[in-house]
Design a protein around this ligand. Sequence first.
Ligand SMILES: [Ca+2]
Ligand SMILES: [Ca+2]
Ligand SMILES: [Ca+2]
Ligand SMILES: [Ca+2]
Length: 423
Amino acid sequence: MKRHLFFFILLLLPYFSVQSQSFTNVAAQLGINADYIDLYYIPGGGAGFADYDNDGDPDLIIATKTHFKVYKNDNNSFIDVTAGSGISLSGDCLKSVVCGDYNNDGWLDLFVTNGGGGPNFLYKNNQNGTFTRITSGAIVTDTMGSFGCNWGDLDNDGDLDLFVANNYNQKDALYRNDGNNVFTKITADVSVSENNSSVGSALADFNNDGKLDIFVVNQGYGGPSENDCLFKNVGAEPWYLLIKFNGGGIGVRVKIRIGNYIAIREVTGGNSCSSQDMTWVHFGLGFLNDTPVQNIDSVIVDWHDGFREIRTNVAPNQELEFGGIIGVQQISSEIPQRFSLSQNYPNPFNPVTNFYYALPKGSDVKLVVYNTNGQIVKEMYNGYQSAGTYKAIFDGSGYSSGVYFYKIITNDFTETKKMILVK
Ligand SMILES: [Ca+2]
Ligand SMILES: [Ca+2]
Ligand SMILES: [Ca+2]
Ligand SMILES: [Ca+2]
């Protein structure tokens, strides 16, 4: 079945190449010199983009068989910083590299699977471009042939747990995050009960109940082929927040804050071997059982182009949507005579309104929306824009009725206007 799919994709390749004439291989030009020949030893190997140094640019992390590389994105070229990263991986057969902030300090940590039978690797981000290897606990001492792996808050308690798909007729593994770099291996669960040969695993909340479910791709090793498995999550706490993105979301960074609790997620295109998690972002919030609050203080979504969306006082246990056409777009490059900011239309509005602004010369532009207390509720744009006319679309879905102000700030021009959201 999978072999058939593989040949089907091969048959389609000529058609795809016709469609993709605008792509060229720029790896060498950008400074990426990974050796990919060994990938064919066992199909797979992992690579993924993740902003490990929190500078807003996605960095590239590659784990292929015996090679591990960290490439820092420096103004759209990549610098090999592996040697200075504190990561020294000499696995038998590296398969996946997944990034997740398991200790909720706002910095992405790394987990790398080893398909060759040696232990897997967990590296904690030191917040300065280097990592420290975690060496104790079953999560890094189990010796299986591990292929796929996924960070996800599977019990919805507020921290990331880890699922690992093991090959060679070995049980898969589930490690519950207990805080302080301690993970407990869960053995009494149906998701880790079968001696099968798994090559990949993916997490998604397929039934929209706020609990992450697990899909496992099984291969059948040295015997008959095996069925894949879908495990519905029936045990997690009933507290969560799901965020989806209109118009994609790969590369988006999401941060939530509730009092002193901060958690981040970054949407990837799938860093686990042979699989891809859902591109929705999931947060477990089970700790609210003990300390109930009405609202999540803030949800901040950073798009890869510098666009930032902020919503405050967001109710838990819902799906929130961000992005898409909402934002700022240039509608004319004709050079206007002077700076201007238009009145929004419609006004009053519910929930979407738009306004225009004009830049007679290229400028650093900051465009913010704030409430009557002077608190910024949304940063619509922050960066350089060339001369022209721009349309800004504001979505008030996540906000309460009331008066808001939108303000444009450039070196030569600042103006504020009032708008009214009525629900
Ligand atoms: Ca970066
Ligand atoms: Ca971290
Ligand atoms: Ca958890
Ligand atoms: Ca579910």
